[in-house]
Design a protein around this ligand. Sequence first.
Ligand SMILES: [Zn+2]
Ligand SMILES: [Zn+2]
Length: 407
Amino acid sequence: MKIKFLGGADEIGSLGMYVSYNKTNLLFEYGITPSKPPKFPLDSPKPDAVFLTHAHLDHSGMLPYLTLKYNMPVYGTPLTLELTDLLLRDSVKVMNLEGYNSPFAIEDVENLKKLYINLPYRKKIAVNDLEISTYNAGHIPGSVIYKVKDERTFLFTGDLNTNETRLVNGCDYPEADVVFIESTYAGKEHPPRNMTESRFLEKIEEILDRKGKVLIPAFAVSRTQELIMVMEKLGMEYWVDGMSNTVNQIFAKYGSYLRDAQEFKGARKYARKVRNKSDRKKALDSGIVVTTGGMLEGGPVLYYLEQIKNDPKSGILITGFQVENTNGRMLLDTGFVDINGVKEKINAEVVTFDFSAHAGNSDLLKFIEKTKADTVVLFHGENREALMTQIEDKNVILPKPGIEFKI
Ligand SMILES: [Zn+2]
Ligand SMILES: [Zn+2]
């Protein structure tokens, strides 16, 4: 089997993995890095089929570009494909709004949609002489691990979470000879989730007690819904602004991909939807707003930041990883953010919480051990060496983008 990463090997973003076996060619993921400017993977030769593990743009964001040249089936769970369509449409809008040339247009997103084929959890299909099956990856609802079988078996994890969260069950542990595993948290561990949840809820109450506003920027896909389930314990109404409201509806439609669809439904009762600009004032007056964008880059969050920036009683609860060169990262590093081209000092309290949906270092080691693989390929990480040195008695490969290798 010959493998070439088109991107996303030694970094988080622009992932693409091209696999050739005899005359069969498969492409796993084809993402972008939604930075400023956005970054793209290397061009892909024509695959016989594309397999997508989940909707996040670092895995899916470049798929419409393929349709400019090729025609082939694109597999994913029904939930993944519906979320991907939503995120791709938004990404074309954002790229154009920010003045970057999107490498594809809305029509290409439409064309891509015609190629989608649903592949639910724990199903099997064949592409020529390769057999492909799916397992739960535990990362976000609908995310999968792919298992490919020729005379050997290999796993491709996409993004992985071994631990159960409010929203999804932890991943399955399929066995294989070779495991391709994401390494986002190589060398790093997460604090226990129940401690993070308590700290988060206590901080909200503390800010409300001192008569401040609580601003919670959160990613639209999965993070917002996880928080909605955590915030049920508050037992009070709050507002949700941005694309997350559409994602809430999509998740509700695919309840079988959630850990507990009834619990999600119950928790959503407290989440009021911001429908228009005049709702935004009401939302902030009420005390708590959960809003996109998760890295403070654009969208409704900027309105709320503008309103609370000079109020030390208010608080901004950061719930996701803040990538370099984003507004969120700048806030954490310098205390300033860019609001519509003006650099503003933020006097509200800023607190971070680790609600990551990725396996920590020891979880990754546990997963590798349970697969019983003899060969491990580490990708989707900036610190893969930290994990590599802890893997014993296995052949470990750290691929580089653009360089083909054989297994
Ligand atoms: Zn992801
Ligand atoms: Zn990812």
